[in-house]
Structures are given as C-alpha cells and as structure tokens.
Design a protein around this ligand. Structure first.
Ligand SMILES: *Cc1c(COP(=O)(O)O)cnc(C)c1O
Length: 393
C-alpha cells in the first residue's frame, strides 16, 4: 500500500499527448528563451487573474526577490512577514539587504495575524509580505487597511494559492505585487522551476521586465543591475496547457477537503483546517455561497494533532504519505541567528510547528485511498485517547 502526499506526474499523464506535442513544437521552433509561449502565457495568466501585467521568472523565490527589488526595498528597510513559512520569503528579503520582521500567526488559519502586523510596524517598515499558506487567503481586508494607514507596499506570496479567491477577487491582485511559483508540487505547476510576478502598475511592471533580463530594457543597454531570471519557453508551453485545467483541479482539491472533513468527523484530538469560511459543499454544483469571504485552493490539507508523532508514525508505517510543513519556524532557523529571536518569540508559530501534519492532498486523490487515510487517522487518534485515559487513571 502506498498513498503519496502528492503526485505531480498524474497531471502530466492526463494531458500527455498535448504536453508532449507542445514541448516538441518548442524544440523544433528553436526559440528557447523569452519566445512566444512565455509572452502568451504571461497574458493568459494576467487575464486569468484579471490583472493587467504579468512577468514570467525563474522561480517563486526569484519572484519575491524581484518584487522587492522593483519597489526599491533594500538595506535599512524592514519587511513584515510570517514566521511559519518556508525560507523563500526571508531569503528574498535578505537578498535585497532588508530585514525580515515577523508577526505571529492566527492558529486557526496558519496565516499571519493582522493584529500582530500592526504591532510590528516601525518607522523603517516598507512592506508587508503576507503568505497565503496552504492555499488559504490571508485576512486581506485587515492587511490592506494597515498598509494603507502606514503607506506600506503589500507583496502577496501566492506560491501555494494560484486561483484562490478573497471576496471574489483572485489573490495576487489585492496588494501591490503578487508572486507565484510553478514548482512541480504547486497547484499550478510546470516540470521544473518557474514563477510569475503580477502587478497593476505599469512602472513596476517595466522595472520587473528589465530586472529579469540583466537590467536591460533594450538588449545590451543595461540601466540597472538585474539578474538572469526568466521563465523558460518549454515550461511556459506546459503551463499554458495546465492553466486551462486549474480551476477544475482546484475544485477537485476543495472537494477532497470537504471529504476529509466528513471522513475525519470521528477522529479525536485533531483540529481540521478552518474550512467553514474557506470551503463549501462541492456536491452542490461547485458553487460558492455569495457570502464566501475566502476560497482556499487547499495546496495542503494540514491538521493540528494532540499527538502528532503517534499519528505520523502510524501513517508512515501504513505507507501513507505525510509531511510536517514546517518543523522549524523561520525565527529559529540557524541562518536567522543574527535576528536574536529565541524560543518563545512567536509562540503560536512555535506551537503550530510542533503539532501540524499535512495529509495526502492532490486533485487525483481517489475516494478509496482517502478513506484509508481517514480510517488510519481515526484509529490512531482513538488509540491515543485510550492510552491517555489509561495514563490519567
Ligand atoms: C514554493 C514556495 C516558494 C518558493 O517557490 P520556488 O518556485 O520553489 O522558488 C515561496 N513561497 C511559498 C509560500 C512557497 O510555497
């Protein structure tokens, strides 16, 4: 028995002929860098988000880095972000010489708590970098209000949330700049590295276009220091095909999330992702209720467990994929020693990292497999409850 946590190859296999043909067209065309597929994908992606400008780059990490560069954020500036995250955000902030400042998360959503953002603002704060973690949008109304009051830029990290909606608007278009990753495990993915930066401002857009190609707006005329960070033509050709299926596949993810909620109803010592605001019943024709504030696209299905290690080893022993995203909060990473933030600085992120577990989640996850996952968890959590009672007695 093996149920993976995700399976990127399945999407390729379901569009194999179309993707193979598109790759071959690129190979035969001979136009491998910034060719017609990148240009078309940029406009198709911009149209999908309902946003005027999109620039294809090398990765999600580069998207964040270039976003900061395009806003001229650098040494002496502070950028507020979540400590419960993958290193890419603070890496990008560090790459431009700015300082990451953390704001703790809301334990119910795993996302940065706007109240904590407000408390972290100093005269040096230049931007807020909210991460729509696990596919669920941040509390953007509150974040945008704070940004407005303090004249801060908002750089949305949408790497896990392509297609997620906040009050009927796609994430990435709510703030100043939206950053996306097409790493193979993301909701919209290519077969290698890739990323995108979107914006509504023509000047920012032009800076981004220049930065990604060695700081040259016109070839061999370099106006600023840039870098080599381009989405490549083969990946763009693949992404154009996959973009057409993204909404459908995101609906399948939401459907799997609804199913988990039903299947895990009898488990004990577990908190399911706060999906009441973020998901809806997909049997009712996939239609979100009018009052849906957030629509998560469930990049991960992450639960909080009273006894994570027990559940984790039970799943692993049963051949069921699972992962801890993220085991060490950013402020406790060795690389950020210089920030002098010890244990206890961001207690919610720290507690969450000790009890979170991500379960198998991908559009092609079959009902039979999902039942096995859920039954294994229900059995393990019950066993741990019995064990706990024994101990207590
Ligand atoms: C994956 C990811 C990134 C980095 O994207 P890459 O394309 O791997 O560089 C950034 N932020 C978040 C939230 C991610 O999940």
């Amino acid at each position: 028995m093996h149920i993976p946590i995700c399976d990127p190859k399945l999407e390729y296999l379901s569009h194999k002929a179309e993707i193979d043909a598109a790759i071959h067209r690129v190979l035969e065309d001979g136009n491998y860098i910034l060719g017609p597929n990148v240009a078309s994908f940029e406009s198709e992606f911009a149209e999908y988000l309902d946003c005027p400008f999109a620039v294809g780059v090398n990765s999600g990490t580069d998207a964040l880095h270039l976003a900061l560069r395009s806003l001229e954020i650098g040494p002496g500036d502070e950028v507020i972000t979540s400590p419960f995250m993958f290193i890419a955000t603070t890496e990008a902030i560090g790459m431009v010489g700015a300082t990451p400042v953390f704001a703790d998360i809301d334990p119910r959503t795993f996302n940065v708590d706007p109240q904590r953002i407000a408390e972290a603002i100093t005269p040096r704060t230049k931007a807020i970098m909210p991460v729509h973690l696990f596919g669920a949008p941040c509390d953007m109304d509150a974040i945008l209000t704070i940004a407005d009051q303090h004249k801060l830029f908002v750089i949305e990290d949408c790497a896990q949330a392509t297609g997620a909606m906040y009050r009927g608007t796609k994430v990435g278009t709510l703030g100043t700049i939206g950053c996306f990753s097409f790493f193979p495990t993301k909701n919209l993915s290519c077969c290698g590295d890739g990323g995108m930066v979107v914006s509504k401002d023509e000047q920012i857009h032009q800076r981004l276009e220049t930065l990604r190609r060695h700081g040259a707006r016109v070839k061999y005329h370099h106006s600023r220091l840039g870098l080599n960070s381009r989405l490549d033509e083969i990946q763009a050709a693949i992404l154009r095909i996959k973009l057409k299926h993204l909404d459908y596949r995101n609906r399948l993810r939401r459907n799997r999330a609804t199913r988990y909620r039903e299947l895990l109803a009898d488990a004990v010592g577990i908190h399911l992702p706060e999906s009441d605001r973020t998901s809806y019943d997909l049997q009712s024709d996939d239609c979100p209720p009018d009052n849906a504030i957030m629509e998560s696209v469930y990049h991960q299905y992450t639960v909080i467990l009273e006894d994570r290690e027990l559940v984790r080893s039970t799943l692993t022993n049963a051949g069921i994929g699972n992962a801890v995203y993220y085991p060490v909060p950013l402020h406790l990473q060795e690389v950020h020693r210089d920030l002098n933030l010890g244990e206890g600085a961001f207690p919610v992120a720290e507690d969450t990292s000790k009890c979170c577990l991500s379960l198998p989640m991908f559009p092609d996850l079959q009902v039979v497999d999902q039942k096995v996952v859920a039954e294994t968890i229900v059995a393990a959590t019950r066993r741990c409850e019995v064990g706990g009672k024994k101990k207590a007695g």
